[in-house]
Design a protein. Structure first.
Length: 102
């Protein structure tokens, strides 16, 4: 059974479906149940290389400290003693670079 999801409708063919980043295959069970009509289909999912990369990055981020505590202490000290300076041209350049990446 296919559900209507974001414009997908019943015109889709049942069976194997693939997408850009991975695939979903409808397969039958290896125990012979599909031949007798008594069994159900088992679905398998294949993750793309990008999905595996994201999962690996998430694991690394979860294991480490999310904030560089030494850098935070350094910035707090610079602000407190008045030695922290801003470079408006550098800030503008970084904002423009960030905007052009997306």
């Amino acid at each position: 059974m296919v559900s209507d999801i974001k414009g997908l409708d019943q015109r889709q063919l049942p069976g194997a479906r693939t997408g850009e980043t991975g695939g979903v295959r409808a397969g039958t069970r290896g125990d012979g149940a599909a031949r007798t009509g008594a069994g159900t289909n088992d679905d398998t999912v294949e993750l793309s290389g990008v999905a595996e990369l994201v999962r690996s990055a998430a694991r690394r981020m979860a294991s480490g400290a999310p904030v560089d505590e030494a850098r935070v202490r350094e910035l707090r000290q610079a602000i407190a003693d008045g030695s922290y300076t801003l470079d408006p041209a550098r800030i503008a350049r970084k904002l423009i670079d960030a905007d052009t990446q997306f």
